[in-house]
Ligand binder design. Structure first.
Ligand code: FAD
Length: 384
């Protein structure tokens, strides 16, 4: 058993951290507040091969795995730039297409997703189905050789900066009439595809949208996974990477908060000694540091399981849960350590509260992880 990162992973971590430090939270905040996009950072990490680190080499990627992409996510967030679209475009969409797409889909999408020149959003959440994705009602109907998509999605990130959306829909089995999952790639400029901004209190350049598909016509090759079984496999191929990289973002935010808190608590003097001298401040920070490190360990385990082809579901869920809770704990204590300054824009802590708080709700809510652990890990009867 070896918990040390490989030399290559350590180099990747250092390199991403160096690039991210050149941008930092001030850049992220400036883009968010001015309505801009983090395009320069996105392009640079694309050109340097960080976005495509997990994409197969034959399609222009680094040929590594989700563990490496999680390193990229963590280091960006640790520099105050928690980019949601890394969790979506390369982590979910590129993984799904690499594992379950046709050769044509791989050639069409993977090189661009690897360099960041192409971006794909991911849409599973629906207003009526909510966390119960078995109830999604977006339908892909066959029309001759083509598809016609109708339905709605909600809280879909980054659609305004994406070339296409990987939509989780359902299609009717021609033989039995039952509805089975179907994943389709929908170009964002397809006629009948509309979006509406959902304003949220997250200070970040990436926006969320409600999507409407009004009989959107798609070619036959829009379908990812040629059979319903393949579509289910494709979907599951993408959900664990989403949880693992989502956890990595939260871990990075936890580290960001702890680093700021430790620096401030060392330098700030109120009664003639640094405030970090007081155990009332030091112990909650130390406790948060332990929680963040435990979450990082579980994230590393989940990444390793996924990359070695083992079942990563339990570890990915646990990592996401632990990382969200640890990040919130660390950020809250970092704000407390800063006194009034904790809420000042200048100190760059409260500005990340929305991003960290999101991790408790998405991509899977805290309660749904607990449901999973209760039934899968503990064998308890399902409550829903
Ligand atoms: C900023 C942001 C970005 C997002 N980006 C995307 C994206 O890019 N793509 C995408 O598809 N989705 C995205 N989402 C959606 C997100 O994944 C969902 O909001 C989340 O999974 C919760 O689903 P819901 O909002 O429908 O809540 P609901 O399902 O309505 O749940 C409401 C509450 O009830 C709880 N609950 C529900 N069922 C149970 C149960 N059986 N037992 C116990 N508690 C339960 C939930 O945990 C939650 O606390 C995003 C959301 C946000 C806020």
């Amino acid at each position: 058993m070896n918990f040390a990162e490989t030399d290559e992973q350590a180099l990747l971590r250092r390199s991403v951290a160096q690039v991210a430090a050149r941008y930092g939270h001030a850049y992220y905040l400036d883009k968010a507040r001015s309505g801009g996009k983090s395009t320069e950072l996105w392009q640079q990490i694309g050109e340097l091969g960080y976005l495509g680190v997990g994409v197969p080499e034959e399609y222009g990627g680094g040929g590594r795995g989700i563990s490496e992409l999680a390193i990229v996510c963590e280091e960006l967030a640790a520099a105050g730039c928690p980019l949601l679209l890394v969790v979506v475009s390369p982590a979910i969409c590129a993984t799904v297409i690499a594992r379950s797409g046709t050769d044509e889909q791989r050639r069409r999408w993977l090189p661009g997703l690897a360099t960041g020149e192409l971006t794909m959003a991911f849409a599973i959440t629906e207003p009526d189905a909510g966390s119960n994705s078995h109830r999604i009602s977006t339908i892909a109907r066959r029309d001759g050789g083509n598809w016609v998509l109708s339905g709605r999605k909600t809280y879909i990130s980054g659609v305004d900066e994406s070339d296409a959306v990987l939509v989780v829909a359902r299609s009717e089995d021609a033989r039995t009439g039952t509805l089975r999952p179907a994943l389709v790639v929908v170009p964002t400029d397809a006629p009948g595809f509309e979006r509406t901004l959902i304003p949220v209190e997250i200070t970040g350049p990436e926006k969320q949208f409600a999507l409407f598909f009004d009989d959107v016509r798609l070619p036959a090759d829009a379908l990812v996974g040629e059979t319903p079984e393949a579509a289910i496999a494709a979907l599951f191929a993408g959900l664990n990477p989403e949880r693992i990289t989502g956890a990595a973002v939260a871990n990075g935010l936890g580290r960001y908060a702890l680093a700021k808190a430790a620096a401030y608590a060392t330098q700030r003097q109120v009664w003639g000694v640094p405030i970090g001298t007081h155990q009332g401040l030091a112990h909650p920070l130390a406790h948060a540091a332990i929680q963040v490190e435990l979450a990082r360990l579980m994230t590393q385990k989940a990444g390793w399981l996924y990359d070695t082809g083992a079942d990563a579901g339990e570890a990915a869920n646990m990592a996401k849960y632990a990382a969200a809770e640890a990040a919130l704990l660390a950020l809250d204590q970092a704000i407390q350590v800063h006194g009034g300054n904790g809420l000042a824009t200048e100190y760059g802590l409260a500005t990340l509260w929305g991003a960290a708080r999101l991790a408790r709700t998405a991509p899977i809510s805290r309660e749904m992880v607990l449901n999973f652990v209760a039934s899968h890990t503990l064998g308890l009867p399902r409550s829903y």
